[in-house]
Design a protein around this ligand. Structure first.
Ligand code: PMP
Length: 976
């Protein structure tokens, strides 16, 4: 082996510190190029971005193409080592053509790589190609796809170097994880902060205990061993990294160290945790399968990497106070260790094993069977509680009250149960928090137990003790704890009518918290076993279609049996099975804030609606040709919300039907067939409603495929339409001209149809006076004005009950649906008696379930709630507060082009440039995905899908909209 670096012979490693002046001079002398420099950070070398002198046009680095990165290697590294780094980079580039790998830049006198005689001695200088793009430096958010790509890059480099060998590969670097224990041993005594020492020691002890038994069996190879967020790049405009730089740590080491290093660099990023890093490990394993020992070693190595980073980073800063690169990294490094050690290594390892080898987990529940008799003889009858999302226990918002569980248990005891049990390992909604930025701990790790009568504890082998209300029984490698006992309890019996919690552990093994998040539950169960078995109870596993390995069987069924065009939100949607107010709960007991659901206008599962529907279902539900009270009452009440002349109602089942019928009414009533529609609108999917819909977000070919009876006018969008700002006043006269021209051409329109407030664009108000002028023009030629109020009507705008009121006009036909039925199919067309009467001349109207008893009862209940509970006023007040919060965000986040809307119909429009208004469509999609992770349901709207459509249930509280605004701020600040 050549003479190579040995960290242990030279622990302190001051970086070279040549001045700019000298570097420029040496560059010119040796390489023959006059350059300008920009200092870059490095832990051990000195790095500069280099520009050919005079070619640096602007101030911003991204305005200029640099010659490359000048690396002045630390003088402790030998020529052989430097040679190996360059060769390894070239080997990876040759093996994997799709990876972008930097090469040595070639200058006028050949490759820019040489030894310089400097004021700090002999230093090796080389210029490495500048790779376009951005590193993932900083602690911003990494999307799951990016995390997975990081694992993939790590695997690809590992594969590319699998057979690479070099005489200098045995160099001993502090970063080589084979030496981590020794590095830590060397640095720990130099760490002055006792608290830091204690944290590191504890984490390292646990890591080494798991690593050491497998260390000798770990495969070794040459690797990059520094494929971190700092050393991979995303191409300009791209989302996924595809370049790997900095081969400075190349050496031979444990193969699994490659992914351990990559994973560690993920952990400090916003929102990351051990389990979110599994995406990277899974991606690595797909290309470069890990063997069982490697799986065992992986998380300990992540912890050790964290410990080395913390100790050496702090040592470097103490040594070299001016190394700002090292000092700004300290917090990040500490966070890596903190997150890596936040869960026991066994548990994360069990999680990794599950993720990589579903079905072949380690010490799974089944394998950790309970040997011997049950610890307690529980009497019968026993009742098993279900506190999950779909359980009736959680109806009417009871899940928000943690004591709902005790109440339910006591009710069962009162009804004759001897024992009530809440099984472990099944997600519980009762008591789950609403609004959490990450999935909360909803899975109990123990059996919750209530007894009707005291139960004696039989004598068993092993030791029993009680303290602080917890009884602990230990025998061999089994430990069982029973907590919740009254003060001063003895180990002889369990009390009646008390909530007890029974957990089971491996003696000396990790102790699970009472609840864990779903992502961790399987891993904890593998480690701890099933405590139900200790009590002689059946084990309960989830049987509702979601696989243990996280696969969603119900989603697969949906894909198999539903038409593909009947889409669902999100690529990997949570399975939502309950709603309450502005909340939605998935089957994992995660509660989301529903910011998108105008259909659930009065709040999910409103008891008044439930009661009205239930009562009516008990009474009668039939087609609308029968004579019953409620259809008349509902129709009457609907007309009372409208100007006097709109006095006649048709009931249908949807917005599509409502707009379709409105069009047919206009045609029948005028005897004409031409219709004018505003562009970029959506009115429905039925034949006629689709004909007047031209939103390209819904149908990319919309404009080219209109039937000849449809004529369009410009979308009167004053933000991004043809006319902007004050120029928006031109939309109305231009639309009038289109209408006049049609009439002049013998095609006077039957109607104009448009939303009265531009909902499909994200809640953009029409220009003042727009509808007044356009309606007048249509009427002048004998046509009708159709108002599509499906989205914006019914109190949502806060200030106005109906959208047309904002424009100070009265339409001839109003189409409404969605929110008026709170999710039940209820739609209505309301018009004048004379118009309705003329429909008879041409058509037949019968909608079996339109206005059915149940639909009418629900419609009435919804209207009652909106009118009697001040929901329109809530929309006005809470909506104004939210709009103000969002506008304030716009002052700090340039991506926010504008905040549209009124009341609780708001739109945040994202643009890449506030002048060109280039729509930030991909960003909007990614932001919605991240908002889901943060517990918010949000979707894009608009032709460019670059507007957040904010239309929550009208009952939403100020706290909830603040939560949304804060979360959006976080996403815009930390990335998506
Ligand atoms: N009109 C507008 C403005 C709409 O937004 C929609 C639905 N998005 C409809 C009509 C059609 O309503 P539905 O989905 O109930 O058929």
């Amino acid at each position: 082996m050549p003479d190579v670096f040995d960290y242990f012979a030279q622990v302190e490693l001051p970086t070279p510190t040549l001045g700019d002046e000298e570097v420029r001079r040496l560059f010119q002398e040796v390489f023959g190029v006059a350059v300008e420099l920009e200092q870059l950070g490095s832990q051990q070398d000195q790095n500069f971005r280099v520009f050919v002198a005079g070619e640096r046009a602007g101030e911003r680095a991204d305005e200029n193409t640099p010659l490359g990165v000048l690396k002045l290697s630390n003088p402790v590294f030998s020529e052989a080592e430097i040679d190996m780094q360059d060769e390894a980079a070239a080997a990876v580039a040759a093996h994997d053509g799709a990876l972008r790998i930097p090469r040595i830049v070639v200058g006028p006198r050949g490759p820019l790589s040489a030894w310089w005689q400097s004021s700090e001695g002999r230093i090796h200088a080389r210029v490495i190609e500048n790779i376009a793009g951005k590193t993932l430096t900083g602690s911003g958010y990494l999307a799951p796809a990016v995390v997975a790509r990081m694992g993939e890059l790590s695997a690809r480099v590992s594969l590319a170097l699998a057979d690479y060998a070099h005489p200098a590969s045995g160099r001993i670097l502090q970063w080589n994880l084979e030496h981590a224990a020794r590095v830590i041993e060397t640095l720990l005594p130099t760490e002055p902060d006792a608290a830091v020492r204690a944290i590191v020691e504890r984490a390292v002890r646990a890591a080494l205990a798991q690593l050491e038994p497998v260390a000798a069996a770990l495969p070794r190879q040459v690797g990059h061993f520094d494929i971190t967020d700092d050393n991979i790049l995303t191409p300009p405009g791209g989302r996924l990294p595809d370049a790997v730089i900095d081969f400075g740590d190349v050496c031979v080491s444990w193969r699994v160290g490659e992914i351990a290093v990559t994973v560690s660099s993920i952990l400090h990023h916003d929102g990351a945790d051990a389990f979110s890093a599994l995406a990277a490990i899974r991606a690595f394993d797909m290309l470069r399968p890990l063997d069982d020992q490697e799986i065992t070693a992986l998380w300990p190595l992540v912890v050790l990497r964290g410990a080395v980073l913390v100790l050496s980073g702090r040592a470097q800063v103490r040594l070299d106070e001016e190394n700002t690169y090292a000092s700004t990294a300290l917090d990040r490094e500490f966070r890596i260790l903190d997150v890596a050690a936040s869960l026991p290594v066994e548990v994360v390892t069990a999680g990794i094993r599950r993720a990589l080898r579903p079905g072949h987990g380690g010490p799974r529940a089944a394998q950790r069977s309970w040997n011997g008799a049950a610890l307690i003889e529980l009497p019968r009858p026993r009742v098993v509680l279900d506190a999950g999302t779909e359980s009736a226990l959680n109806d009417e918002g009871a899940w928000l009250r943690p004591d709902a569980l005790d109440e339910a248990a006591h009710a069962e005891l009162d009804a004759g149960a001897a024992v009530v049990v809440l099984p472990p390992w099944r997600a519980v909604l009762t008591g789950a928090p609403a609004r959490t930025l990450s999935a909360p701990a909803t899975v109990p790790t123990g059996v919750t137990l209530w007894l009707a009568e005291p139960v004696a504890l039989p004598r068993r082998d092993g030791s029993v003790s009680t303290s602080d209300g917890t009884l602990t029984w230990t025998s061999g490698d089994e430990t069982v704890t029973i907590s919740g006992l009254p003060e001063g309890s003895t180990p002889d019996g369990l009390p009646a009518r008390t909530r007890l919690f029974v957990q089971r552990f491996r003696t000396g093994g990790p102790i699970a918290p009472a609840f864990v998040p779903v992502s961790q539950a399987g891993a904890w169960r593998d480690i701890c076993g099933d405590p139900a078995a200790a009590l002689g109870l059946d084990s309960h596993t989830d049987t509702d279609g979601d696989g243990e390995d996280g696969t969603d069987g119900i989603l697969a069924t949906r894909h198999r049996v539903l038409a593909e065009v009947q889409e669902h939100y999100y690529a990997a949607p949570p399975r939502i099975e309950r709603g309450w107010r502005e909340y939605l709960a998935d089957v994992d007991g995660r509660v989301y804030l529903d910011m998108v659901n105008n259909v659930a206008s009065v709040g999910h599962a409103h008891p008044h609606v439930v009661e009205a529907a239930t009562r009516q279902l008990h009474l009668l539900n039939t087609n609308s040709r029968f004579h019953y009270r409620i259809i008349a009452e509902y129709a009457q009440r609907l007309t009372e919300t409208l100007p006097d002349e709109l006095d006649t109602v048709f009931f249908v089942n949807s917005g599509s039907e409502a707009t379709d019928l409105a069009i047919r009414l206009a045609m029948a009533s005028t005897g004409r067939r031409d219709v004018v529609a505003m562009r970029e609108a959506y009115h429905g999917w039925t034949f006629a409603s689709d004909a007047v819909s031209t939103s390209i977000a819904d149908n990319p070919n919309a404009l080219q495929t209109r039937p000849d009876w449809v004529h369009t006018v410009a979308a009167a969008n004053s933000y991004r339409g043809e006319h902007r700002g004050a120029d928006a006043a031109r939309y109305a006269p231009e639309a009038v001209a289109v209408i006049d021209a049609l009439a002049a051409d013998g095609h006077a329109p039957a109607a104009i149809i448009c939303e009265t407030y531009f909902g499909n664009a994200g809640g953009v108000a029409l220009p003042d006076g727009y509808l007044d002028q356009v309606y007048a023009a249509v009427r002048r030629h004998g046509g009708l004005a159709i108002a599509d109020e499906v989205q914006v009507g019914f109190g949502r705008l806060g200030e106005w009950f109906w959208g047309f009121q904002q424009q100070g006009v009265v339409p001839d036909v109003v189409a409404v649906a969605k929110s008026i039925g709170a999710g039940q199919p209820v739609g209505a067309v309301i018009t004048r008696r004379d118009i309705a009467d003329r429909y008879r001349t041409q058509g037949y109207f019968f909608s079996s379930t339109g206005g059915s008893p149940v639909s009418a009862a629900i419609g009435l209940a919804v209207l009652d709630l909106i009118q009697q509970n001040g929901l329109q006023e809530n929309a006005r007040v809470v909506g104004a507060h939210l709009k103000h919060r969002l506008e304030t965000l716009g002052e700090r986040h340039p991506l926010i082009g504008h905040v549209h809307g009124a009341g609780l119909y708001l739109g945040v429009e994202f643009v890449r440039d506030r002048v060109t208004l280039e729509p930030a469509s991909a960003e909007t999609a990614a932001i919605c995905e991240r908002l889901l992770e943060l517990g918010i349901i949000m979707q894009p709207t608009g032709d460019h899908q670059n507007v957040l459509k904010i239309k929550p249930p009208l009952v939403i509280t100020r706290e909830s909209v603040d939560y949304f605004a804060d979360a959006l701020d976080r996403v815009l600040s930390t990335g998506w």
